[in-house]
Ligand binder design. Structure first.
Ligand SMILES: Nc1ncnc2c1ncn2[C@@H]1O[C@H](COP(=O)(O)OP(=O)(O)OP(=O)(O)O)[C@@H](O)[C@H]1O
Length: 230
């Protein structure tokens, strides 16, 4: 279980408050107007921002002061964090060892994961020689290899067309199920929330609300969400 206990953070004139519990293995969409604090929320969970008050607990352990690299967290951003000078296999291998000194069984695992996400035969290519969808697959393969129990995604597939995005969300679902990850995904597209996340967290002007069933929330949104959805 991921618990955010009375978290508070001030960034100049912006203030964020979060007090919520996320069940293990949950898939949560994070939705709300631009500037409402969605990325800030993910950064606090990932450890890139330290709250002024409150605690982050994972499985009952306080990780509020734990550095990002030691948290049980993988991150996926829209730019996919791919290194242009590294090959596909190397970009994926980073999920296992940042220094890329992989032993034979780790190299086999990289090959296996590449097959699994549909990148078989592309090990030596550079990211620039891949389509947008294939680049997303590389990023997802790395997440699959890291197999951290919390997966934070910040508009990961926003640059993809609708069909490709739906395909990536399906692949993400498979990966989340396989790694039993707890997933929080920021999105501006209510269809993503409907397709991927049984529960949705609304972030509204710095207030993070408790997860609510996605279908119910979108069917009868509170005024701020209604205004945002248009
Ligand atoms: N480095 C910073 N210093 C001060 N304030 C910041 C900083 N970064 C972001 N903010 C402010 O924090 C608030 C929340 O930003 P955040 O990026 O979390 O919003 P968001 O909901 O993710 O927005 P979007 O949907 O546009 O990505 C905004 O008012 C923003 O201007």
């Amino acid at each position: 279980m991921l618990e955010l206990l009375d978290l508070r953070l001030t960034r100049e004139s912006f203030r964020l408050m979060a007090d919520l519990t996320v069940e293990p293995g949950a898939r949560i969409a994070v939705i709300g107007p631009s500037g409402s604090g969605k990325s800030t929320l993910l950064s606090m969970i990932g450890g890139f921002l330290t709250p002024d008050a409150g605690h982050v607990l994972w499985r009952g352990k306080d990780i509020t002061e734990t550095p990002p690299g030691q948290r049980p967290v993988s991150f996926l951003f829209q730019d996919q964090n791919l290194f242009p000078h590294l090959s596909v296999a190397q970009n994926i291998g980073l999920g296992l060892r940042p220094d890329l000194r992989l032993d034979a069984s780790q190299k086999r695992r990289v090959t296996q994961v590449m097959e699994q996400v549909g990148l078989g035969g592309m090990a030596r290519r550079r990211p620039a020689d891949l389509s947008g969808g294939q680049q997303s697959r590389v990023a997802l393969a790395r997440v699959l290899l890291r197999a951290r129990p919390i997966l934070l995604l910040d508009e990961p597939f926003a640059a993809l067309g609708p069909a490709l995005k739906a395909e990536m969300l399906r692949l993400l679902s498979t990966i989340a199920a396989e790694t039993q990850a707890t997933v929080l995904m920021v999105t501006h597209d209510p269809a993503d929330a409907r397709n991927f996340a049984p529960h949705t967290v609304l972030v509204d002007d710095g207030t993070v609300h408790q997860p609510a069933p996605t279908a119910e929330l979108l069917a009868s949104p509170p005024p701020s969400l209604r205004a945002y959805l248009g």
